[in-house]
Each structure stands twice: as C-alpha cells, then as structure tokens.
Design a protein. Structure first.
Length: 457
C-alpha cells in the first residue's frame, strides 16, 4: 500500500497517546453484525516482507541516502523468505480463509529471459502449504517491484514493456496455476505511476505529466494483455487489478475552485486509469494505444481503500478536526462504501477489498478501525465478497521504511520476533465467528479512541 501525505511520527508499541479523544463512529452506533457474504483474509507484498538482496528498483533506491525516512531498506524487512512456515502458522491462528501475497519478479527472473527454478519452487512450496491449510491464495504479479534490468531499460515508459511483463506472467501462471487460480496483475497502478513519474518520490524519481500519461497507458495495456494471457492459460481464472481508490471532497463545498480541484484530482488519479484497465477505453489525457480495443478486462475489482482527501488545490490534503492515524491520514470508514458503489455502478462486478488497514503503532485504535470498516461492509448491499486486511504483519513500508506499523502481528525488526496484537486476536475471532458479538465489541473496541488533528493541512 501507499499514499502521499506528510508523515506523522510513530510511537513505540508500549507508549500511548494521551491526547487521543473520543470520535463518534459507525461502531458506536452498531456494535454487532454478521458477515454472511464477505470472507476474511490478510495481505502482504513480496518486497515489503521477504528480506534479502533481490536486485529490484527498491533495493537500489533505498541504498541512496535520504530516500527512505528512517534509512532502512527492504533487505531486512520480515525475513519472510526464510520464515514462511512460521508466518503461515500465524495465518492459521488468524483463522483467515484467504491470503493475498506477491511474487518478487526480480527473484524469479534475475536476468532478462532467465528464470530461477529454485525461486519458483520456493513459491510453489509456499502456495502448496497455504492450500493444504485451507487458505486460498490470491497472487499479485506486480506490486511496485521491478527488476533493475527492467527499470534500466525504461520500465513501463515504453509500449514494448508490456511484452516483457507477459513473458514473466506466462512463466509464473504456468508454474503456479495448479495451486492458484486468482491473480492481481498490477497493484495500485495510479500510485505506482504518480509516485515514480510525477511526484518523483519513488524510483526512478521522474517528474513529468507527459511521462505519467505514457506510463498510465502502458500499465493499462500491460494489464489487458496479461488478462487475456492468463485466461488463455487458465480459462476459469479470476483476474483483476488492485485499484487504489479514495474519496475526494472540496475543503469548502461551495467554493468553485475547491470543487473543480476535487473533480480534477479524482479524474486524473483514479477515474481515467480505472476506465482504461477495466474497459480498455483510454479517455483524455490518455490516448488509445494501437492494438488495444474496448472490452471487459476484469473478473473482480480489487479495492485498496485507506482514506479521504480534502482538496483545495491540486494537492492531497486532510480536513480539520477529523480522526487520523499515525501518518496523519483521515479515518473515514464510509468512504469504503462510497468508492465501492462508484466502482460497481460504473463497472459492475464482484468486489474484493484487497487492502484496508491503518498505521497504528501502539494498537490503540486498530480494533476500532477494523470494526468500523467491517460494519460498513455488513450494512452494505454491495457484492463485497472478500476483505483482506493490510497488513498481516508489520512490514517495510516503502518511503516510511520500518517506521509505520500496519500489522495485526507486531514485528521486532531487530530480533524478528512476531507477536500477535490485540487487534490480531480480535480479527481472528471475527474470522472464526463470521461477525462481531456484543462481548467482542466490549472487550476489543469499546475502550479504543482515535486521535484527531487540530489544524488545516
């Protein structure tokens, strides 16, 4: 996951925010609910948890001084590559039915066209153990992670990049397809493209609107090509994109400039790329690429939802006196249903919440956050079939490094010790009970409160 915002400092798990104040919420109104139609899972990404020195764009980026907030890099992370069995035991403790995991492209194809059979076998073993445990995998093929050879060749700047991605997709689906039949081709294409090619915050650090539109176009074309290819290899597969969606609202509702800015940001950030990827229709400022025709290129929609943006100009912002997490992001549970309804009405189909979670180092409000999000899903008539909490375990959080804590499982990076948080126990009980009882609410949620911000940002 990721989002552009000015970060707030995280605190240790043992500390508490004395300034935290009570925020009325959905979970104050609805204590108990059942999840009859929505199954639960958790999510991770390969670069963020595996550790080691895979030759990726992010490993190289993190080696450059000043790029990562705390100076850390993905080479430590969770050491998951060597601790798969330990982490899968924790997955079983969480009682989840689903696990979204990623593949490290640079591990399986360290040189162009040369595949590492030992790395592929590692992923086969990981998927096989999940299946044996009764946990259904959802595999992400691209989650911000490029091999350095692909990055140095221009990455998704060029239309030819789609063919390179297809070679990788064909090899991995062919190798793993007997263990997995659900795939996310590309995670958060809008976040990847804007951060890397417009804001210059991610590798390769470019700042160009023209370049951004090229990357948007090629990412959408790559997804469409991958969608077709996967269905050739697995006719019954379910294939989709994990779209980062958020609510955009004008800071002053009646201010024409604020309203126009909110509409423009929503159009450029998510509506254009969603239309291109789902329907193969490339609207302005994109151009229809040769060989890509309108159609239906999804079997489900992945929704990564975290927050709401308050807009007064073409920049992300947070409202005044709202509930916030450790990174200063607004906590707005209704937004999950708002973006889900827009997506379903414009592109009807099954919905998976492929990421949803919050940065909360001391775990002081994560259970409340989870309760609010799931209460909104339970009350909704949308076809939300899955909810994957982000994240399963604390992980290396891109520009935030090791400083942002999203996990149901606490990680001590120095010792690699894993500890189930109270929110993890709560999530485990929800998964086992398919809902929340009054006793669960009183034990895990009733005492929890949010922080609020006080100033316009």
């Amino acid at each position: 996951m990721c989002r552009v915002d000015t970060p707030r400092s995280s605190t240790d798990d043992d500390s508490r925010n004395d300034e935290r104040k009570r925020v009325p919420s959905q979970s104050d109104r609805v204590h108990t609910f059942s999840l009859d139609r929505c199954e639960l899972g958790v999510a991770t990404a390969a670069t963020q948890i595996e550790g080691g020195h895979a030759p990726t764009n992010w490993h190289r980026w993190a080696e450059q001084p000043g790029r990562i907030k705390d100076g850390s890099g993905p080479w430590r992370a969770n050491d998951h590559w060597n601790r798969v069995a330990e982490d899968q035991a924790l997955l079983r403790e969480l009682n989840v039915q689903h696990y979204r995991m990623g593949l490290e492209w640079a591990r399986v194809e360290p040189k162009p066209g040369e595949f590492d059979e030992a790395a592929i076998e590692h992923y086969r073993n990981e998927l096989g153990a999940l299946v044996d445990a009764g946990i259904k995998p959802l595999v992400t093929l691209h989650h911000f992670n490029n091999p350095v050879w692909f990055e140095d060749a221009g990455g998704f700047l060029h239309r030819e990049s789609t063919g390179v991605l297809q070679r990788y997709v064909q090899r991995m689906v062919g190798a793993l397809g007997d263990l997995c039949d659900e795939w996310i081709t590309i995670n958060e294409p809008n976040i990847y493209a804007t951060h890397a090619y417009y804001f210059g915050l991610w590798p390769p650090g470019e700042r160009s609107l023209k370049t951004l539109t090229h990357v948007y176009t090629n990412l959408a074309a790559a997804h469409i090509d991958a969608y077709r290819l996967i269905h050739e290899l697995q006719p019954d597969a379910r294939v989709g994109v994990a779209q980062h969606l958020r609510v955009f609202r004008p800071r002053i509702a009646w201010h024409p400039g604020h309203w126009a800015s909110a509409q423009m940001m929503e159009w450029l950030f998510q509506r254009v790329i969603t239309k291109a990827m789902c329907k193969g229709r490339f609207l302005a400022p994109l151009r229809q690429p040769p060989g890509v025709h309108p159609g239906i290129y999804y079997d489900f929609h992945g929704i990564n939802y975290y927050s709401r943006s308050t807009v007064s100009r073409l920049a992300d912002g947070v409202g005044t006196d709202v509930a916030i997490n450790d990174l200063g992001w607004e906590i707005y549970p209704k937004g999950l249903i708002e973006v889900g309804r827009w997506l379903h009405e414009t592109h009807p189909g099954p919905l998976y919440v492929t990421e949803n979670g919050t940065a909360n180092s001391d775990d002081g409000f994560r259970s409340r956050f989870i309760h609010e999000q799931l209460a909104e899903i339970a009350a909704s008539d949308l076809p939300i079939e899955r909810y994957y909490h982000w994240s399963f375990i604390d992980n290396w959080e891109w520009l935030e490094g090791e400083s942002a804590r999203f996990g149901l499982i606490r990680l001590d990076y120095e010792t690699q010790q894993r500890t189930m948080r109270e929110s993890g126990r709560f999530f485990s009980e929800i998964a086992a009970n398919r809902g929340v009882t009054e006793e669960m609410y009183q034990r895990y949620v009733a005492h929890q409160t949010y922080s609020r911000n006080a100033a316009v940002r």
